[in-house]
Design a binder for this molecule. Structure first.
Ligand code: SF4
Ligand code: SF4
Length: 213
């Protein structure tokens, strides 16, 4: 089994570049990217197949080719639905889903992620909503989404979804009073302390990553 490992190491040395090292250091499970053998199984298994610009296979190839700007500004990572099709089929057992989300997070952290990408916007809105009181206010979240592009666009979207809204009302799954005050966690101060601690740990980890790089 020694020979294949040597070949593997030689191939790794050939493909090694700064961006690959950066991904390995900063992106969750990024150290797996070098194991991709470009078989294309993930690209063929992904339900997004023809709908996105860069499949995981392409992203991994671009990382190894040092295409930093193209990778980090790609919107493809944000479109991953976490269906795990690629992960169960990858012959090299790469944690593809985690890498895709890790790349999206890293690009966001660097301020390089596409600003208007809908999943990114949704994630930010969801985070802001649920961390205020520790519970998601679904009504405010939905309305925030509908009215994100202005009053007229919001009214149009709400009107288009009226059947769903009335259905939820009838089924008691939507409470209009949530607009005034929704469900809240009892210990909100505790939630905020916990989040502040998580931010502190994350900031420390990022600093350590930079030091290692
Ligand atoms: S299935 Fe795995 S080895 Fe094949 S291209 Fe995708 S990530 Fe690479
Ligand atoms: S987990 Fe993401 S990248 Fe993998 S097949 Fe599903 S949508 Fe595609």
């Amino acid at each position: 089994m020694g020979a294949p490992n040597e070949l593997n190491l030689a191939a790794l040395a050939r493909y090694s570049n700064d961006f690959l090292r950066e991904v390995e250091t900063h992106v969750e499970d990024g150290e797996w990217v070098k194991m991709c053998m470009q078989c294309g199984v993930c690209a063929g298994s992904c339900p997004f197949g023809p709908h996105w610009e860069h499949s995981p296979q392409k992203i991994f190839m671009m990382i190894r080719a040092g295409k930093r700007e193209e990778v980090l500004s790609s919107d493809s990572m944000w479109m991953c639905t976490s269906c795990y099709n690629c992960v169960v089929r990858c012959p090299r057992k790469l944690p593809i889903t985690q890498i895709m989300h890790g790349l999206a997070t890293y690009a966001h952290r660097l301020g390089l992620a596409p600003k208007m990408q809908p999943t990114r916007q949704w994630s930010l809105q969801f985070w802001d909503n649920c961390t205020r009181t520790g519970r998601v206010n679904e009504l405010k979240l939905t309305l925030g989404l509908y009215f994100r592009d202005g009053l007229l666009a919001g009214v149009k979207k709400a009107w288009a979804m009226r059947a769903v809204g009335f259905g939820l009302l009838r089924a008691k799954r939507l409470n209009p009073f949530e607009l005034l005050r929704g469900h809240e966690c009892k210990d909100q101060a505790g939630i905020h302390r916990m989040l502040a601690k998580a931010h502190e740990i994350e900031a420390r980890r990022i600093k350590l990553d930079r030091f290692k790089a």
